[in-house]
Design a protein around this ligand. Structure first.
Ligand SMILES: [Zn+2]
Length: 146
């Protein structure tokens, strides 16, 4: 008869959604908020966006009012990069759902804008004119009138 262990209990931690998930969701919400603000201010697509956590980490879902789909999973810890990432996810999913409505676009050049990080800040960038149109979260706020 061998002595088995020393009475230690198996200390496998319960696989609960820990603070990591909550933190990831909070970071995703922060990154997503400016994108939602841009949509509400400067887009006529009745889009809704939500964060699902079934898998234990946040995934972004987008609906254009008629159909919905998975847009992406936040990857980057840098808040500005994450913001651009979210904008890209949302834009990509909206385009998947309706290819004819490109959002957002540059009024000056008639080109679609791309979410990019320029000089450390997340912006909507016009590749047609090589200029940043607005910071993500401020689309339609600080463009010159007319
Ligand atoms: Zn432009």
């Amino acid at each position: 008869m061998e002595a088995v262990g020393n009475g230690a209990q198996s200390d496998v931690m319960a696989d609960t959604p820990g603070p990591d998930t909550a933190q990831l969701v909070a970071a995703a919400e922060r990154a997503l908020a400016p994108v939602i603000a841009d949509l509400e201010r400067a887009c006529d697509i009745p889009a809704s966006i939500w964060i699902a956590t079934e898998s234990g980490y946040p995934t972004i879902w987008v609906s254009n009012g008629r159909s919905s789909g998975y847009a992406g999973t936040p990857m980057d810890e840098n808040p500005e990069v994450a913001k651009a990432e979210m904008a890209d996810y949302v834009q990509g999913q909206l385009m998947d759902q309706d290819i004819e409505r490109f959002w957002p676009s540059c009024l000056e050049h008639g080109r679609g804008l791309h979410a990019e990080v320029r000089e450390g800040a997340a912006v909507w960038f016009c590749r047609g004119g090589e200029h940043a149109v607005a910071a993500i979260g401020h689309l339609g706020q600080d463009e010159p009138a007319g």
